[in-house]
Design a protein around this ligand. Structure first.
Ligand SMILES: NC(=O)c1ccc[n+]([C@@H]2O[C@H](COP(=O)([O-])OP(=O)(O)OC[C@H]3O[C@@H](n4cnc5c(N)ncnc54)[C@H](O)[C@@H]3O)[C@@H](O)[C@H]2O)c1
Length: 387
């Protein structure tokens, strides 16, 4: 670790930037018990999950919030007893002396905000998707590397009970070698705020493939042990949004209403991914589709068994394992590990920052963003794309 990269909660002979004079690289010793100063930018549902996560941790002080809704700033500021309330990230970075920052703003702001915070010496936990394009995500990862600060992306669905349980079963080899997987998040009517930033290409980067397909992709790759993705063949469709249809309860009321006639992204994305362990992953994500019910699922098929989990939707949470027991076909329903969500991401991130590890420089989010980028390229070109 360089002299410019102290970590919070480090041993006494380590150093801590929040005790250094503002605007200087100079560092001074800190106590192992120094609370970590946290800020959150973005006051919507996602930002509020980060606030609750920091608030619950004993060794963290949530000292600053930033966002554009004055009423939320005061409501959430009161709820979490946060002294610093800002309407811009710039003001928060200049005044709040942060150690860590969570970014939960519209996706196109992730890169400029993360790069600004990392440049100011702040560790960053950023909401998924990392960025609208792989080029932006690359710039974020480079900034983390250059600043020697942690950059993690929030893939909270990994912590859900069925996901954790399936991860354990696959890691322990219960399914044997998994050679085929299907992952998806499909919704009957779930476009998040027609006409808001979510349905505009420049602010969201894409539609459901970018928004919720990335959760399904992350979950599949995580559970499968991080195989690389070799090729992608994808298609996208926009059949509901452009007709002003497919809006549901997602995000309604939380964001500024937009012009519902503006719909610039897909409402269904499908993809076939060839993985570098020769396995196949089928991926689908929709905000609006004639499915009989909403569903976020992962299905795996291995040499010794298969499994299906339901992570979101009316059938969730569920896990089923199909195998042979002494040669007899058996359908098993394992007990699930405990459920968790954003609070686990926040706690893991805080632990990582305190550990001083340089393991998180945005690499996982970057890999996911490259795959989603390749999906859009493949759909646009109408052919398979090699990563
Ligand atoms: N991990 C998850 O399960 C999950 C769930 C929902 C959203 N998200 C992600 O979180 C991010 C935010 O989504 P949301 O649904 O909370 O959005 P939202 O629209 O409800 O909230 C966005 C917030 O960003 C603030 N903001 C916008 N521009 C700003 C600026 N220039 N400076 C300061 N603040 C600014 C707004 O004031 C608002 O408070 C998105 O990237 C989304 O994909 C993740």
């Amino acid at each position: 670790m360089s002299a410019r990269s102290p970590h919070v909660g480090a041993p006494r002979d380590e150093v801590h930037r929040s005790e250094a004079p503002k605007g200087s690289d100079q560092t001074v010793p800190m106590s192992a018990n120094t609370p970590l100063r946290a800020g959150v930018v973005g006051l919507g549902w996602a930002g509020q999950q980060h606030m609750a996560g920091y608030h619950d941790l004993p060794d963290v002080e949530l000292v600053a919030l930033a966002g554009m809704e004055e009423h939320l700033l005061s409501e959430l500021g009161e709820r979490y007893s946060v002294p610093g309330r800002y309407t811009s990230l710039e003001a928060m970075l200049a005044e709040a002396n942060l150690d860590v920052l969570s970014i939960a703003t519209p996706t196109a702001l992730h890169a400029p905000m993360a790069i600004a915070a990392l440049g100011a010496g702040v560790h960053v936990l950023c909401e998924k998707p990392m960025a609208p394009t792989a080029a932006d995500a690359e710039r974020m990862a480079e900034a983390a590397q250059a600043a020697d600060r942690a950059l993690e992306i929030t893939f909270n669905k990994r912590h859900r009970a069925p996901a954790r349980t399936l991860h354990r079963l696959v890691t322990d080899g219960v399914l044997g070698r998994v050679y085929y997987a299907k992952a998806g998040w499909v919704r009957r009517k779930g476009i998040p705020g027609l006409g808001t930033w979510f349905t505009r290409k420049d602010s969201a980067g894409g539609g459901p493939m970018m928004d919720i397909g990335i959760h399904a992709l992350d979950l599949a790759l995580h559970v499968l042990g991080e195989p690389g993705v070799r090729t992608v063949s994808a298609s996208t469709y926009a059949e509901f949004g452009p007709r002003g249809l497919g809006g549901g309860s997602y995000g309604v009321g939380a964001r500024t209403a937009g012009d519902a006639t503006v719909y610039e992204v897909e409402d269904l994305g499908t993809a076939l991914l060839r993985l570098d362990n020769d396995a196949t992953l089928m991926l689908e994500a929709s905000w609006a589709q004639f499915v009989d019910h909403d569903r976020f699922y992962l299905e795996l098929f291995g040499t010794e068994g298969g499994a299906r989990i339901e992570v979101e939707g009316p059938d969730a949470p569920q896990i089923h394992v199909t195998t042979d027991v002494d040669g007899i076909p058996a359908n098993l329903v394992p007990d699930m590990l405990p459920d968790a969500g954003h609070e686990a991401n926040v706690a893991d991130f805080v632990e990582l920052v305190r550990s001083g590890s340089d393991a998180a420089r945005g690499q996982v989010g970057l890999l996911r963003t490259h795959v989603i980028d390749a999906c859009y390229s493949s759909a646009e070109q109408g052919c398979e794309v090699t990563l």
